[in-house]
Write a protein that binds this ligand. Sequence first.
Ligand SMILES: [Zn+2]
Length: 125
Amino acid sequence: MPQSTRKKHIVCKNCKTRFTGDYCPYCGAENGVNHVRRGAGGFFGGLFRFALSLAALALLIAVGFVILDYVASAGGDGTSAARAILDSARNAIPQSALDTYAAFKARYLDGWVAAVVDFFTVLFS
Ligand SMILES: [Zn+2]
């Protein structure tokens, strides 16, 4: 049966490369089917993703700052490095933002952190 062993040539719809097998060796398209990404949203989609990644980065920095703040305020000799980093960070942050953070911390964070600390104290005692 020579017909069955003959490989079928496919012309890639993406890059017009002739090939046999499942994937185009030149552009990697499956069965030569065009796999151009759709729904990327164009310019505004890209702008949105960029803003989203910026927001994620800002959140990450904020969380790091809060952790550092609690480590520094926990006291002890081992926290002098955290305190030094915190002091330099505070110099870079506007006073209004620090005031907002202090109010937020007194209203929500202290309660949450106390609850988390209680939870781990119970867990490891
Ligand atoms: Zn191709």
